[in-house]
Design a protein around this ligand. Structure first.
Ligand code: NAD
Ligand code: ZN
Length: 258
């Protein structure tokens, strides 16, 4: 069977996992014990109070372990299976994209970039030791078995730089041809690199489709914005795109953009 799409690029944020029960940072359930997650997810917060930051991450790991991929994660697997080349760049640190399946297949490591890291990784603050704690967490502030320094979650915090190797993987993907479609799902797109990557991938001709209940920093650049929750919108959208019968301005969801 030949692929229906040549090159597909997707960008996701915490909104795609909201319907799996994982709160977004800025949504109504985002706060943790009256603490603002955008302040907790910083190297500064970790330096100041590593116990509290670790406790927050452990509770989030527990919630993610109990959560399941939703219909939006699965719909992306379908479009991946129908693409000659597919790249998903997620800001999410959960593992729901990796656990989602379509016809028994999962994304390969080449098809996904977790640009803000992986919540299940625990790594040393000093040396390059790291391990993945998928089933069980250590307690307190774990110490590195190699050098004895404190260990931290394998997250890219708000006050840290993106990992250069992963950035290169994202920026090399569009090559000379445009991606079509480019799907941007469940992100406020407040980081400029999200908007920049979406536009670079789209090129001159590609469709840039945003799926988000609210307007975002990306909306003005989208060729189409679908104002609905991802798990409801994506299965239908992917089906229509795959069957070549997707047209904008239907079902009251669609908002015109030039
Ligand atoms: P954000 O919290 O700033 O924004 C979430 C976006 O999702 C909003 O635009 C909102 O309108 C949208 N949204 C809410 N419900 C939705 C739904 N059902 N369907 C589609 N969209 C929906 O999150 P962000 O822009 O991803 O960035 C914040 C940072 O927080 C990221 O760096 C990310 O690493 C981290 N984070 C990750 C997770 C996770 O891994 N699941 C959860 C929370 C935060
Ligand atoms: Zn170490």
């Amino acid at each position: 069977m030949s692929a229906k799409f040549d090159r597909v690029f997707c960008l996701t944020g915490s909104g795609i996992s909201a319907e799996s029960g994982i709160p977004t940072f800025r949504g109504k359930d985002g706060y943790w014990r009256n603490l603002d997650p955008t302040k907790l997810a910083t190297a500064a917060a970790f330096l100041n109070d590593p116990e509290t930051v670790w406790q927050w991450y452990r509770e989030r790991r527990e919630l993610i372990r109990r959560s399941q991929p939703n219909a939006a994660h699965e719909a992306l697997m379908k479009i991946a299976a129908d693409s000659r080349r597919f790249l998903l760049v997620t800001q999410n640190v959960d593992d729901l994209h990796m656990r989602a399946e379509s016809e028994g297949r999962r994304l390969s490591p080449e098809q996904i970039v977790q640009i803000h890291g992986d919540i299940f990784v625990t790594r040393c603050c000093r040396c390059d030791f790291s391990r993945r704690e998928i089933d069980q967490d250590s307690s307190g502030v774990p110490k590195c078995p190699r050098c004895g320094a404190s260990m931290r979650p394998g997250i890219v915090w708000f006050d840290e730089e993106l990992p250069p190797h992963e950035v290169a993987r994202v920026e090399e993907f569009p090559e000379d041809g445009a991606c079509d479609p480019v799907l941007v799902i469940g992100t406020t797109a407040t980081f400029d690199y999200i908007v920049r990557w979406a536009l670079a991938a789209k090129g001159k001709a590609g469709r840039l489709i945003e799926i988000n209940p609210d307007e975002t920093a990306l909306s003005q650049f989208a060729t189409e914005a679908i104002r609905g929750p991802a798990a409801q919108v994506l299965p239908q959208l992917v089906k229509e795109l795959t069957e070549g019968r997707h047209t904008a301005f239907k079902d009251g969801f669609f908002l015109e953009r030039a």
